[in-house]
Design a protein around this ligand. Sequence first.
Ligand code: DC
Length: 372
Amino acid sequence: MDVLEQLGANVVWGEDYIEVEGGRISGGTFNLRECSDTTQTLAAVAAFAETAIEITGVGFIRRKETDRLAAMVNELTKCGVEATETKDGLIVRPNLWSLRGATVDTYGDHRMAMSMALLSLRIPRIEINDHDCVEKTFPAFFSRLEGLRPEVKSRRDVVAVVAIDGPAGSGKSTVARLLATELNLPHFDTGAMYRAVAVAALRAGIDSEDQDATTDLARRTEIAIGQRTFVDGIEATDEIRTPEVDQHVSAVAANPGVRRVLVAQQRKWATELGGGVMEGRDIGTEVFPDAVFKVFLTAQPEVRARRRYDESSVQTLGDVADDLERRDLIDSTRADSPLQVAPGAVVVDTSELEIPEVVSELAHLFRLVVED
Ligand code: DC
C-alpha cells in the first residue's frame, strides 16, 4: 500500500478494508526485500506507469516456485512491456503504445498467474496457461478479479457512453463507427468538431493561434456532424480532412476556450441521445469520466503514419509521419485535457490486429461490462 501510495494511487484505510483507486501512476525505485511476494504484482502494475519502475533487493526470488524475475521479464515482454532483469531485481519501462494481449505462461507459479492476470483489466485478451495453479493460495482468484471491473451493471437508466480515445491513425474512427453499428448506439466523432472550427477560422481568415478570436468563433459557429459535415450550413465533409486543416487543428484543440465550448456541446448531444460511441482524445478523461466503457486505442507510430498515408496520397510518407509526430506531441503535452489513458480504460494496440477482430472483442467486453 505504501508503494502504491508513493506511485500516486489513492489509498483509503477503512476499519476492516483498504480501498485503492488508481489514476496516474508515476515511477520510481523500490526495495521490496521485506515484501518480495509483491514483486510480480508491482511489475505488472508498472506496465501502466508513466515512467520506469525499478524493483531491487529481491535477487533471492529466483529460487522460489520458479525464477520469478526471469519469468516476469519473459511474460511482460510477450505483452509488449519492456522489462529487463538486474542483479537483484528488475526494471520495467512502460510504453502504452506497445501494450498488446498475449498468451502467457505461469511456470506453475500461482503468483505469475495472479500478477499477469492484472494486465487483463486494461488489455483485452490475456490468456493464461495452467491458470489452475492459483488454487494453491486463492482458488476464487479469477471470479474476484472479474468483480474488480468497473461497476456499471444494468445501467440502462444512465447515459451509455462508450469512450474511445487515442492518437491519430490508431484505428479509432473505423472502430468507433463499426462498434456503434454493432451496439446500435449513435456515433460521435468529436475530432471532426475541432476540425470544423479550424475550417471556420480558415474561411474567416482568423489566425488559429489567436485564442480569443478562435474561442469567439467557436461559440458562433454552427457545426453539424454526421455522415456529412456542415460548418455554418456549408458542406465541409472533405474540407475538414485537408492537410491545411491538419496544420491548424492542433492549435485550435489546444485552446481552452474552444474546448469549453465544444465539450459542452458534446455532453449535451450525448445526454439527449441517451449515449453513444464517442471518439476523441479526452472522452474518458474529461467529457465523460463516468463513461460505462472506456477504450484507449493505440498503434505503433510507423503503422499509424502508413495508415494515414494510405488514406491520402497528397503528402509523402515522411511528411505524414512528421506531421503525425508533431500533432501527437501537441495533443499529449498540451495543458488542457492532454491525450492520456483514462483511469479504467482498456488499452488496445491495433498495429497487428484486423479491424473486425478489434470491434468484436470490444463489443464482447462492452456486453460483459454493461449487460451483466
Ligand atoms: O481525431 P482527429 O485527428 O480528427 O482530431 C483532430 C484534432 O482534434 C487533433 O489535433 C486532436 C484534437 N481532438 C481533441 O483535442 N479532443 C478530442 N476530443 C478530439 C480531437
